[in-house]
Design a protein around this ligand. Structure first.
Ligand SMILES: O=P(O)(O)OC[C@@H](O)[C@@H](O)c1c[nH]c2ccccc12
Length: 275
């Protein structure tokens, strides 16, 4: 069993417990009362041509299966506000509990604290989670191609769009990129961490990013240690980076976000044309 399979077993158990508490019919009723979704595709520079900025998606991440506890985040709302002040385009909030220490309470706190779009970062394996994301104010959900059949990927992306949200469709191989493009994904991430083994290999980004059509926003996910890593991703075609660990372990998240955005924009300018 891979790490990903193992995580998903726990995700499904927790999901069934929540569904027993709050059946889908009641959950869907809540969605109407929630503030309209914010446009994450626009916030990530989707419509811009060429895209000359490097957008930063800043993550609220308490722990991870590879590293264990990363940071004591006592006030996720405050952290998110600092990310926003530093110029983050989107805030990512991990809501998976067992391996990442996240919760829907973290999502609620962050959504109320900032004006930029918020990603509910979880392992989506059931439409219930997409309704739940919207009911908690999320603007963006994560769809991991490696965890889904094509029919699910298509149905989940459709539901996400019908609820007015966007999806970050996460890939790790050329074949997964083809599948993401085939279902009409507009925001495509390349996670350089293999979720089956947790190994990080930054070097896979460049060759995979090349395969993503330019209409899609291209996101480099994981493994950013410093501004040089951001510049490398940007030089190799990233329109945005998703950063967790490097931001939560540092003591100046605002400054780090600003530095990453600046380093990325410089690398895009050096690349010449933007994309
Ligand atoms: O902490 P890092 O290396 O900056 O990584 C952030 C983010 O990419 C990572 O948390 C992530 C990417 N895809 C995921 C899927 C599930 C859980 C977590 C993730």
């Amino acid at each position: 069993m891979t790490v990903l399979d193992d995580i998903i077993v726990g995700v499904r158990e927790d999901l069934e417990a929540r569904r027993a508490e709050l059946p889908l019919e009641q959950l869907t009723e809540r969605v109407a009362a929630v503030a309209a979704p914010r446009d994450a595709y626009a916030a990530l520079g989707g419509p811009a041509s060429p895209r000359t900025e490097l957008k930063v998606i800043s993550e609220v991440k308490r722990k991870s299966p590879s590293k264990g506890d990363l940071a004591q985040i006592t006030d996720p709302a405050d952290l998110a506000r600092r990310y926003e002040k530093g110029g983050a385009a989107v805030i990512s909030v991990l809501t998976e509990q067992r391996r990442f220490g996240g919760s829907l309470a973290d999502l609620d706190a962050v959504r109320d604290a900032v004006d930029i779009p918020v990603l509910r970062k979880d392992f989506t394996v059931d439409e219930y989670q997409i309704w739940e994301a919207r009911a908690h104010g999320a603007d963006l959900v994560l769809l991991i191609v490696a965890a889904l059949e094509d029919s699910q990927l298509r149905a989940f992306l459709d539901l996400t769009h019908r609820l007015g949200m966007n999806a970050l469709v996460e890939t790790h191989t050329a074949e997964e990129i083809e599948r993401a493009v085939a279902v009409g994904a507009r925001i495509i991430g390349v996670n350089v961490r293999n979720l089956k083994t947790l190994d990080v290999d930054r070097s896979i980004f460049a060759s995979l990013a090349e395969k993503i059509p330019s209409e899609a926003v291209i996101i480099a996910e994981s493994g950013v240690r410093n501004a040089d890593d951001v510049a490398d991703y940007a030089a190799n075609g990233a329109n945005a980076v998703l950063v967790g660990e490097a931001l939560v372990i540092g003591n100046a998240p605002e400054q780090a976000v600003a530095d990453f955005a600046a380093a990325g924009a410089r690398a895009i300018a050096d690349r010449g044309q933007g994309s």
